[in-house]
Design a protein around this ligand. Structure first.
Ligand SMILES: Nc1ncnc2c1ncn2[C@@H]1O[C@H](COP(=O)(O)OP(=O)(O)OP(=O)(O)O)[C@@H](O)[C@H]1O
Length: 354
């Protein structure tokens, strides 16, 4: 049984502007599972905001189907159109929290009043609302600042108020639209860590829109890369970071920099017939193993390290190496198989590519 919570199927969002048709979203399908932190990345104008606004129908698609928690919010094809009842949509939208780059707080209201405001449609009485708002502010570590106005709070603290407000109606989904883009690196990391802990504590599903791969790398488990209204690549975090196929994805994850550096270092190097260049990616258990020593002991294959890097993905180390393997052809093949069987991604680079 699928545990998908958001299903976008063949979504198109077109805008007619003067004589031209802007395809902001051009036939995108995306499934988000319950408990995911799904990063949607891409440069400005790629269509990220438009896509997530489709989830709660703040943006009605030109065509496609939107299903949230098994409720069909919208479905339109050439033959028919189906829309969720407006009142029903209003209720269900409260189960989808949103946070934004510029926090969107009410400046004339204190932190706690901002959170209470989001509860105005709830069945709670005034006292219960206050209690709930206090609890939410405690959850985001802002108890001491509950009576402060937004202007008296730092950017990170304002975003915490916005998060508490977004959680007021116990949402199952939180959409974060560039929520850390206006923050300094320290506050960015604190907000991301808070989102991660809410995901774990409350089982909150998070859609994280950002142009910063570092944010995705810190907390997401899945990634979709958007360009010109399309998802050009998607996958789990480790695959995207270690084995990106599309040039844009490679650029975003920094793989191009690594391979460019390796290439530069190899520019004047002529390989002999007993040498090959490999790109190795290792994580998990393999990171602790003395693999290069093993290659020599077992197969008499020597390893020259051309370029190396260790990165943290969700706080777990992932190593990338560009190496030259020196040894007999058969031995090199055995060495490759040995690496693969120990969970190391080993990909031969053709000389023309370097
Ligand atoms: N209401 C609208 N009318 C016309 N064009 C629009 C409208 N909304 C978005 N667009 C266009 O759709 C495309 C995608 O915009 P969108 O805001 O979704 O991108 P984005 O990836 O979120 O970028 P950014 O981070 O800059 O907002 C852009 O070309 C934008 O100009």
């Amino acid at each position: 049984m699928s545990n998908s919570i958001i299903e976008l199927s063949n979504i198109k969002v077109y805008f007619q502007q003067h004589q031209s048709l802007i395809k902001a979203i051009d036939d995108v399908s995306l499934t988000v599972d319950q408990g995911d932190i799904y990063g949607v990345v891409g440069y400005s104008g790629a269509g990220k905001s438009t896509l997530v606004r489709v989830i709660n129908l703040l943006q009605e698609p030109t065509a496609g189907k939107v299903t949230v928690n098994n409720d069909i919010f919208f479905s339109k094809n050439e033959q028919s159109i189906q829309r969720i009842d407006k009142k029903d949509l209003r209720t269900k939208r409260r189960k989808i929290g949103m946070i934004f780059q510029h926090f969107n707080l009410l400046n004339e209201q204190t932190a706690i009043q901002n959170v209470e405001f989001a509860l105005k449609h709830s069945s709670l009485n005034e006292k219960q609302r206050q209690k709930k708002a206090e609890h939410l502010l405690e959850l985001v570590d802002l108890t001491e600042q509950k009576n402060h106005f937004p202007a008296q709070l730092s950017g990170g603290q304002q975003q915490r108020v916005a998060i508490a407000r977004a959680l007021a109606n116990d949402p199952e989904i939180l959409i974060s639209d560039e929520a850390t883009s206006a923050l300094d690196p320290k506050n960015t990391n604190q907000i991301l860590d808070l989102l991660k802990s809410l995901n774990q504590k409350l089982g909150l599903t998070i859609v994280l829109i950002t142009h910063e791969m570092a944010a995705v790398k810190r907390i997401a488990n899945k990634v979709a890369v958007m360009e010109q209204g399309k998802i050009i690549e998607r996958g789990n975090l480790i695959d995207i970071f270690t084995n990106a196929k599309e040039p844009l994805t490679q650029e975003l994850v920094g793989a191009q920099n690594a391979s460019r550096t390796a290439i530069k270092l190899l520019q004047n190097y002529e390989l002999t017939e007993n040498e090959e260049i490999y790109h190795l990616v290792y994580s998990g258990k393999s990171i602790q193993e003395p693999l290069t020593t093993r290659l020599f002991e077992k197969f008499n294959v020597e390893t020259s390290i051309i370029y190396g890097n260790v990165d943290l993905l969700k706080e777990k180390p992932i190593g990338t190496l560009y190496v030259i393997l020196h040894g007999e052809n058969k031995a090199r093949q055995q060495a490759k198989q040995y690496l693969l069987s120990h969970g190391v991604l080993a990909e031969k680079l053709e000389t023309e590519a370097v």
